[in-house]
Write a protein that binds this ligand. Sequence first.
Ligand SMILES: Cc1cc2nc3c(=O)[nH]c(=O)nc-3n(C[C@H](O)[C@H](O)[C@H](O)COP(=O)(O)OP(=O)(O)OC[C@H]3O[C@@H](n4cnc5c(N)ncnc54)[C@H](O)[C@@H]3O)c2cc1C
Length: 474
Amino acid sequence: MRVAIAGAGLAGLSCAKYLVDAGHIPIVLERRDVLGGKVAAWKDKDGDWYETGLHIFFGAYPNMLQLFNELGIEDRLQWKEHAMIMNQPNNPGVYSRFDFPDLPAPWNGVAAILRNNDMLTWEEKVRFAIGLVPLMLRGQAYVEEMDQYSWTEWLRQHRIPERVNEEIFIAMSKSLNFIGPDEISATVILTALTRFLQEKNGSQMAFLDGAPTERLCQPLVDYITERGGEVHLNAPLKEIQLDSQGSVSGFLIQGLKGAADQTLAVDTYVSAMPVDPLKVMLPDRWREMDYFKQLDELAGVPVINIHLWFDRKLTDIDHLLFSRSPLLSVYADMSNTCREYANPDKSMLELVLAPAKDWIVRPDEEIIAATMAELEKLFPQQIPTPAKLLKYKVVKTPRSVYQATPGRQAYRPSQPTPISNFYLTGDYTLQRYLASMEGAVLSGKLTAQAICRDQQAIMSEQTISESEPEGSSV
Ligand SMILES: Cc1cc2nc3c(=O)[nH]c(=O)nc-3n(C[C@H](O)[C@H](O)[C@H](O)COP(=O)(O)OP(=O)(O)OC[C@H]3O[C@@H](n4cnc5c(N)ncnc54)[C@H](O)[C@@H]3O)c2cc1C
């Protein structure tokens, strides 16, 4: 069976990978000239990489880790010490650590929290632990139910002082969905806490050893094409064409640089585009269907990824850092954390600016000036002097992952759609992980499974009707 997939992000590529494994022929069409979507990366004129986002892999990413194993590239994940490291806003240049000892879950997490006395009081720790009892007792059902509340509302309901937001959960919300705890759904934080507390290495972090486009997406493309699939860059889906029944008859691919548009007609079609461009492209005949109408409730959140190259080392910390700054979210010195970006003498900081809604339209110079002002608090010994900023790169994503405000879970669509030959994949589709790389890879796998299942059902129906003796009736 030939399957057209629009979008070569992790979801589209994962879907194609699992389709070739099942003996099908995926044809992936990517709008841009670069693989990876939200993990895309580019080289500047000096040969330095810059990326759409600072990306962290977690121990609690089973589908992603399985994919690395299946591709034979598991050595490309650089695992860091099992810890979370946070800046202390009132103590510039000083860090507070949550170190996870070598104990089974959840005791390693409990020990990490109990042993950190910089951030939470004992009373706050006890109240928080009591707040988590329903989570322990009721698991995923409870997590889903809490989608009606923001994280701050959840804290209030459990009489947990909102100060814990200042200490921990502003940083956590910003890192998970680029918004603050007043806006984020409690489901998002509870999902992350569940994974981190249930699995011994759930919160352990890894950096990829180079740019995701080359080190993760390209091996996926090689795997797919070596087994008969195709991946085409510069191939934007322009229109989803329908037959008289309302099913898909073809994907119209826009011809670039004066070339004519072309229709690709195959057996099955998949959108692996983010939800925002998909909404724009929906055929009019589908728009009134409840399944597609629910997509109006999902929209991408803005975020900015900043790269700063310095003339000297600012830190030797080989880990992700939570800035706890009002402007910034997480950051890392990539010259320490990532083999391909390594430099023993000079730092390259990659920083996520979030929430970014007030910044996304501002010029790069303003964004860099504000970031440098924040860095004076994070690196008071080096910034503004003696460290010199050599160059910078700002990558803005006005609509990134879907904004996970309360109530969004109900609108995340299943991978199969009411249209028999059309499927969705992408981190925003319904799967038990958040809008993340793990969610994208899992959604791709679920879409491939749904396609194979439906194909098998059609084939066995045909076999049954072919083998039925003439004249038999039900
Ligand atoms: C700044 C930032 C930091 C992040 N940090 C992390 C992290 O630390 N850990 C983590 O797990 N996740 C992180 N994420 C989230 C993660 O990157 C995404 O969840 C994941 O990559 C989404 O994959 P996807 O395939 O669903 O969508 P996308 O990556 O958006 O892929 C969609 C693809 O569709 C293509 N497309 C769009 N329109 C068309 C068209 N008309 N025709 C053909 N193709 C089209 C796009 O160009 C794109 O390539 C981060 C994201 C950002 C932006």
